[in-house]
Design a protein around this ligand. Structure first.
Ligand code: HEC
Ligand code: HEC
Ligand code: HEC
Length: 455
């Protein structure tokens, strides 16, 4: 089973636990007791476009108005609750049990259906709101931040109420899940108080006067609902967001979530607003085809967002700047790695990716001028080439073009050379890839060894 990986856990549990855990008594008293009122956050475009959660029929709304339920369903899609709270391909949406891999062990997601014993059927709206915005379980125990309460903390009261109305319509599924599978001492929830104290900013978004309503809405969807920063913002050694580096790219296990600031060299500065909207709706555009965790986020969530929300997100993201580093110089074509890479490319890759490295619009990823291809982190490149991958499946791109696996076909040296080539051809410039890095990825991804033919 494919596992989601989260970076927050790196050392966070142990260090925050030992450092802050010692002063826990104090720590807890500093954590605000009152729910932050978020009613003042502008919600000019409250968008109840009808969306269809996979596997989720509409159910009678009980005491909640049908329109609240419908709005709540949209919030659930935008918050991508289903992705973590269901087993992919299973038939029990929201019944939990999905495994989230962390360097410290596994967490399972909770059952959030209406089952009274194994789900959250007995929870009051206040308990539900506290889980979402304060990271508190039913008894007030700390949840682990794999549940993205650090983002949902910014949700408005109105959206939390609508979401609760929708959650009340999810049919009960009996499925007991013991979420905390972490080994001792990481399994001690109390330690997360220290982490929260250090990294949990539970302040609502306050309006930025100089910005348009569209920008404010975009920020709200990107930060409070879609939690894009959970994957795209680099983390410090305690697993908190690195200040000043928002959206500048971060490693996940086996993948790299690239820089999505408007930096033209390292980010998506060359993408127009339209192209960004297209990527989030279809899973592809003229530059890129989403794979891995991004394909999942698009398939489950962003493809269903309204046109207005996607556009607002694009407006907001296009204004996230990053420092432009100096451009590196390409490796010379005379370098033996480039020569080998070119041959390997023309035999194995060119048919799909084209000799100009531009790919096929909306189908095959292009390499020329793609900042994610020249990023210092090569995890996603190695993952795609060794394991193969499939683009996002969306309503507008129902087939999701496929990339075959090359683990069985190419040696570590060959994979390194072909990647070195695509990172240094067509005007691209980046550090060469070492066969060592390929060997490590082959082992950690569980890829096959190159097939050797017996003579
Ligand atoms: C990135 C993965 C992820 C996403 C997205 C996510 N959750 Fe969670 N959620 C978890 C995990 C993991 C836990 C268990 C945490 C723990 O036990 O400490 C959890 C716990 C919870 C709990 C507490 C349940 C209990 O029994 O203690 C609630 C309620 C909840 N989530 C609701 C939601 C809702 C509603 C959404 C969408 C707005 C959502 N979650 C999105 C991973 C996620
Ligand atoms: C679960 C982790 C995860 C989440 C959540 C996530 N992303 Fe990504 N994103 C990735 C990964 C990994 C890639 C690289 C995918 C690939 O190589 O095809 C990526 C790629 C992208 C790209 C393409 C960049 C390029 O240069 O090709 C854009 C744009 C993007 N994400 C935007 C977003 C936005 C906006 C959000 C919030 C709506 C978001 N992502 C949420 C993991 C994530
Ligand atoms: C049969 C067609 C085909 C062949 C042959 C092929 N690819 Fe791909 N490749 C694709 C498609 C389609 C995608 C986009 C789908 C996806 O990302 O999941 C892709 C994506 C990629 C990506 C991910 C790009 C990104 O934006 O993250 C890399 C890297 C890649 N290919 C490298 C190669 C290399 C190197 C070779 C030759 C050794 C090769 N491909 C051969 C079809 C192909």
């Amino acid at each position: 089973m494919k596992m989601r990986s989260f970076q927050w856990a790196s050392l966070a549990l142990i260090v925050a636990g030992t450092v802050a855990g010692l002063t826990l008594a104090n720590a807890q008293s500093i954590i605000p007791k009152e729910p932050t009122s978020q009613a003042n956050v502008e919600q000019s475009v409250h968008n109840p476009a009808p969306v269809d959660v996979p596997g989720q029929g509409s159910v009678a709304a009980g005491q909640h108005s049908a329109s609240a339920v419908e709005r709540g369903r949209y919030i659930a899609v935008a918050g991508d609750c289903v992705a973590c709270h269901s087993i992919p391909g299973g038939d029990k949406p929201f019944a939990g049990g999905y495994k989230l891999d962390t360097p410290f062990g596994a967490l399972l997601s909770s059952n959030i259906t209406q089952d009274k014993e194994t789900g959250i059927g007995n929870w009051t709206e206040q308990q539900f709101a506290d889980a979402l915005r304060k990271g508190k379980g039913r008894e007030g125990e700390n949840l682990y931040p794999a549940m993205p309460y650090t983002a949902y903390a910014k949700m408005t009261d109105a959206d939390v109420a609508d979401l609760y109305a929708y959650i009340k319509t999810i049919p009960a599924v009996r499925n007991p899940v013991d979420t905390n599978q972490l080994p001792f001492p990481f399994n001690i929830r109390l330690f997360m108080s220290g982490w929260n104290l250090l990294f949990f900013d539970n302040k609502p978004l306050s309006p930025v006067a100089a910005q348009s309503e569209q920008w404010q809405r975009g920020r709200y969807v990107v930060e409070a609902l879609e939690h894009c920063a959970a994957c795209h913002t680099p983390k410090n050694f305690l697993g908190g967001d690195r200040t000043g580096q928002t959206y500048q790219g971060a490693e996940l296990q086996g993948w790299f979530a690239p820089d999505i600031t408007s930096n033209p060299h390292t980010g998506i500065g060359r993408w127009s607003e339209d192209e960004l909207v297209e990527y989030l709706r279809k899973g592809n555009n003229a530059f890129a085809v989403a794979s891995g965790p991004m394909a999942e986020a698009i398939t489950n969530s962003t493809q269903y967002l309204s046109e207005e929300d996607l556009r607002a997100m694009a407006v907001y993201l296009k204004q996230q700047g990053g420092e432009a580093p100096g451009k590196a110089t390409s490796l010379a074509m005379s370098d033996p790695r480039m020569q080998s890479g070119q041959k390997l490319f023309s035999v194995n890759c060119e048919a799909c990716h084209t000799s100009e490295g531009v790919g096929v619009s909306n189908m095959v990823a292009g390499f020329a001028g793609r900042s994610s291809v020249v990023a210092p982190h090569i995890d996603s490149l190695l993952n795609s080439v060794l394991m193969g991958s499939r683009g996002a499946v969306t309503e507008q791109s129902p087939t999701g073009a496929g990339m075959p696996a090359f683990d069985w076909k190419l040696s570590d040296q060959q994979v390194a050379n072909v990647l070195t080539y695509i990172r240094n051809q067509w005007g691209n410039a980046a550090e060469p890839v070492s066969p060592d890095a390929v060997a490590k990825a082959r082992a950690s991804l569980g890829a096959k060894a190159q097939l050797t033919v017996q003579e």
